[in-house]
Design a protein around this ligand. Structure first.
Ligand code: SF4
Length: 367
């Protein structure tokens, strides 16, 4: 099975912590983007015709800025262009403040059966620090409207480990989150780079640097709080109720093929990875001229795939087949003896404390 990803690069404004490919929304560019995605679908379809897809994911950017009729048109085009499994998961990323009741109902009618909403926090001062367009009241109203409009499979994204954030602040946000019938919660630890406005402020000392110890503490609190409420911690940053994992993201972690449409999107055939130009106007220009909007590609060796598999699977509750790390048993023993990992069947699975060191362990297992 494969996943289809569509990158929608438009946002109302750039958040100061964000380094995703996004541009301010402009109606002429949005219309060009839509035409370009349709053209790219036609160009790519012959290569992907033999493959069966079971997930479609509109990511961004802010896909909820799209007109639901345009989303319906794209879903219709994809249905006719590719082979589909029964009951595909069709996710749309959304931001509070872009979701009226009628728009939500129209997205459902268009075929969206899973919504992923960028709430980030239920505290106004944290939302201001993150430069979000919404406040806590709007976040709550948007979630309430989402469930009123009939969506049943809903994820909310949050960010923890913010400058100045205390365990009490984060508990407040988590407590409000679980008051809604969410089926999935993604909780990402704040990371920053000098490429973003917030990152530059943290690096210059203008904004307090979050402490790693506090971030680790919040991570452990999150998993125990959500475990008590029947959320399974199935990937470092992802928690779901039984049967409600994000099938699309699981495909990435399992190494399944995926096709990415839109600027900056990546595709993977199982051996080859290629990626599109990230500039939206250039993406549209190339497709307008009938060109593939590719900006690079690589063919992965067996060893490349092995290394990626180790790094990705260690981050999941399924863990890593022991057969992949047969020559590293001494090193794994250290993790087992320190309660950072356990053996389940034929797999090495990290514990909650072990997840905190997943990247370090992956590095050591792959050298
Ligand atoms: S809404 Fe999301 S994608 Fe858009 S700028 Fe903010 S963080 Fe980035």
């Amino acid at each position: 099975m494969a996943g289809l990803y569509v990158h929608v690069p438009f946002c109302l404004k750039k958040c100061p912590y964000c380094d995703f490919a996004s541009v301010p929304v402009q109606s002429d560019l949005q219309a060009e983007w839509l035409q370009a995605v349709r053209a790219e679908t036609v160009l790519r379809a012959p290569d992907w015709k033999p493959i069966r897809f079971d997930t479609l994911y509109f990511g961004g950017g802010t896909p909820s800025l799209l007109d639901p009729a345009d989303v319906a048109g794209l879903i219709d085009l994809f249905s006719g262009s590719f082979q589909w499994a029964r009951n595909p998961e069709i996710t749309l990323e959304a931001n509070p403040g872009t979701l009226s009741g009628s728009k939500l109902r129209d997205f459902r009618k268009a075929g969206i059966n899973r919504l992923s909403i960028g709430i980030q926090s239920f505290r106004d001062e944290e939302l201001q620090l993150l430069g979000r367009m919404h406040d806590a009241a709007e976040a709550e109203n948007s979630l309430a409207r989402t469930f009123e409009s009939g969506f049943e499979n809903v994820n909310a994204d949050f960010i923890y480990g913010l400058p100045g954030q205390t365990p009490a602040h984060w508990s407040q946000t988590l407590g409000k989150a679980v008051a809604f019938p969410l089926t999935h919660i993604s909780a990402y630890c704040l990371t920053w780079s000098g490429k973003t406005e917030l990152g530059r402020k943290i690096e210059s000392g203008e904004v307090e640097k979050p402490s790693e110890a506090v971030q680790s503490d919040l991570f452990l609190r999150t998993s125990s709080f959500l475990a008590e409420r029947h959320f399974q911690h199935y990937e470092i940053s992802n928690f779901s109720l039984e049967g409600r994992r994000c099938r699309h993201n699981e495909g990435y972690w399992k190494g399944n093929p995926y096709l990415g449409l839109g600027p900056s999107s990546h595709s993977f055939t199982g051996r080859e990875r290629y990626w599109n130009v990230s500039d939206t106007r250039e993406y549209c220009r190339m497709l307008n001229q009938g060109l593939r909007p590719c900006s690079g590609s690589e063919t992965l060796s067996r060893n490349d795939i092995r290394l990626e598999t180790i790094a990705l699977r260690l981050r999941t509750s399924e863990g890593l087949p022991l057969a992949m790390i047969q020559n590293k048993t001494d090193f794994c023993k250290v993790f087992l003896e320190n309660g950072l990992a356990r053996i389940r069947g034929d797999r090495l699975v990290l514990t909650e404390n072990g997840f905190l060191m997943a990247d370090e362990l992956a590095l050591r297992l792959t050298v």
